[in-house]
Design a protein around this ligand. Sequence first.
Ligand SMILES: [Zn+2]
Length: 217
Amino acid sequence: MFIGHYAVGLAAKRLESGLSLPALLAAPQVLDLLWPIFVLSGVERVEVAPGDTAFTPLHFVSYPWSHSLVMSIVWGFAFGAIVRVRGASLRGAGIVAALVVSHWVLDVASHRADLPLWPGGGPILGLGLWRSVPATLVVEIAMYAAGVALYARATRSKDRTGTWAFVALVAFLFVAYIANVLGPPPPSAMAVAASALALWLIPLWAMWIERHREVRT
Ligand SMILES: [Zn+2]
């Protein structure tokens, strides 16, 4: 799942209006922000295997440090603590931690069985929405549309930048998602991981938007 994760973060603005857009977009993607670092450093492994599921050519061979349930809870506590120290309410920090763990839950829905519960063996989970491209697109695009609408209704732009920087981010994520679906398989596992590092730009983009939007009262 890709834009579905961002959808959950955007929707959470309604739950706690004090949470900033960078936190809301980083939290549900913490696992995917960490994953390329673990892959590039050789701690986790992915292979390019077209047909692994209909939706993705990626075979997630091993990713227990970024993508196990236990570690997602650890990362959730860590990220929740960071936003708490930086001034978020306790409730806001709890929501951020839950957003981090939501990534694992949504990945279980999407991936075929490849998500561990904890590092070092044990059962692996995955319900396999990705076996169907149309079903994946319907679910994820519906989630994304709802998330964007909820965030847009919870906030308003202070100036034109607040409108266009937000619209551009929404469009960019959608186009990147569709290009990923339609494009050829990536040349190598390392190329996948290297390009996934670009996800770090999304919270930075969100910092820019945050300065130009405010909570609707
Ligand atoms: Zn993931």
